[in-house]
Write a protein that binds this ligand. Structure first.
Ligand code: SF4
Ligand code: SF4
Length: 111
């Protein structure tokens, strides 16, 4: 049985609030997000992206509390139609060992 069969997202936003979480963005994703927001890629890179800890590319910025800059107060993703692949594929194509603790939908599906 698929580990995530029966998964239902609770729209809690917990996966977008992981302290020190890393959401890398490729150059294609940068172009896609900047176009969606109607801003130049240079602007996006200057204000909403930063160098990843391994210095091998860019990642989305977080707020001081760890929430992604694109998470709204009501737990929606402001760039949902063009969000990075990492966001799109959680918790199906990838999870971390502690994802069950982060994601209530995953925890319920794996019970
Ligand atoms: S881009 Fe959207 S889905 Fe991805 S972490 Fe930020 S708010 Fe969450
Ligand atoms: S933590 Fe899980 S249930 Fe909550 S928004 Fe993210 S995917 Fe959905």
């Amino acid at each position: 049985m698929d580990m995530n069969e029966g998964f239902q997202c609770r729209c809690c936003g917990a996966c977008c609030r992981i302290k020190d979480g890393i959401v890398r963005v490729s150059s294609e994703e940068i172009a896609r997000i900047a176009a969606f927001l109607g801003q130049g890629e240079a602007d996006f890179i200057a204000h909403e992206a930063e160098l990843a800890p391994d210095r091998k590319g860019l990642m989305l910025k977080s707020r001081p509390d760890g929430a992604c800059v694109y998470l709204t107060d009501d737990n929606h993703c402001r760039i949902n139609p063009v969000k990075p692949d990492k966001c799109r594929t959680f918790p199906f194509d990838w999870v971390n060992p502690d994802s069950n603790e982060v994601c209530p939908g995953l925890k319920a599906a794996n019970r």
